[in-house]
Design a protein. Sequence first.
Length: 532
Amino acid sequence: MLLNIDIVCFNCDEEQPVWVHGNVFRSKQQSPAFIQDVDYLVSTSTANWILFWDYSLGHPDEKLITQLSLEPLDVFHAGLKLGTRALPDAMNYVHPTWIYNIDGDDKVTHSNFRMSFSAALVRLPVLKLLQSYIQPYNSWQMLGVAFGYSVILSGGIIRYHADMVKHPVVASPVVPLNDEWIFSRNFFELRWQLWTLINKPGLLANIKAWLSARHIPYRKPKRVIHPSAKTEQPVPHAKVSILAPTLDRYSYLKEELRELNEQTILPHEVLITDQTDKQRRQSIDFSKYNNLTIRYFPQDEKGQCIAWNKLIEEATGEYIFFFGDDAYDIKPFLIEKMLQTMHRFNADMVASNVREKGIVYGSANYYYYMSDSFPITLIKKSVVTKAGGMDMFFNRNVKADHDLAMRCHLNGALMIFDPSAEIGHHRAPSGGLRAHNARVITNFMAKNTLTKILNPSASEIFIYRRYYSAKQYTNHVRIKYMNQLLTNGHIFRKFLRLLVMLYKLPAIKKAYKANLHTAMEELNKRRIPVSK
């Protein structure tokens, strides 16, 4: 029998546990001893996977474990049922509204870094690569969470699995403050450590704990686990429906159709809604794109969600590709590459690497990672349908894609970002959401001008009050304004920016309160509870 899965057991009986899938190692749920045991394990094991298991939970489900070992992912765990939910608190000050800072229901298998070594299946090469992130935490829960966070930052694919442990075992514990600061020192730059000190209650206690962890070095993991370069791996046949709503951007749309017409794997169909005013609506000669099956739907009522939902409803492909009308530099192998990634990880969604026109980017790191955004994206139609499509509250405002991504995540969708699937995006001065006076000011503008201020929109507030805690929302707003205060440029420019923001403070407060009121009205109308 192939020895494929070694087991590290905790709280084993005196007799050796019966485990036919590999070798058996014993360890303790105490960090110094456990760290030494992991060092020994990675130097001796020849298995593909390591199962960490606390026998006080009962015996592991061997059928499930062997099934999971056949998946092309890196870690499966049961952390949410073992006390890791919402850990660590430090995340609420540095990444408060990161999509993976939200835990789904513990009955739903989903992407989640908050693992526990009491029930975890880890690919051995990943354990070897990241074993140095298993630090001497005082709490067992934080030791696992920190390792899980290093996995996700390194480009590993980590999933909470609802069936590894049948029932929740413990409530989320109170983690020692020192452990919070070991985590912060290890993963966050000094500026974010100082930001947390300023904003986290209990300044003196936090300073003491922060100083006690000064021996912990900051080491930002690099994505190094799954190279994303295109391979010659054949792609199974799949029907892809391209969704391309347009509003007064015919020149961009024609450029997009021309490049889609040259794909190595052609789309099953290209669906277009046209919300341009009737008197300005143009007739497009679709016969020029002879490789494409194009279906055209003129729409008099305007709004992005009306357009997207119409096309989602009309799509007949297994996959839908949220494209829009202003993509360019579409490589001939884009659809082929995205499908290849989809099948490689058995993913539900693959996000492309969108490069905004006019922005100078640094060198790309071509390694996969779990997506936390929803740019030009390929996704299973069944996943979008289950999530309910686009929410009409966002019809003429920003963040509709973010809201859909959140609902897909909470439903358990596996979302992968493919850095090598690069695609250009026009920074169009008109059309799209700008026709509804939305996205007039972008983050890029706010960081690179002295006078433009980007307030949280009503739709942005709606998302962050709906899905996140009051603490997470408050810190998100603080970070948003602080980022704009620290505009790009020299110190004198930053000082001028401060003066401008102080001058505009009454107007900023007024706009913020108006948007907050709109968002809360909608949440109240839907009877969606929000934390105080």
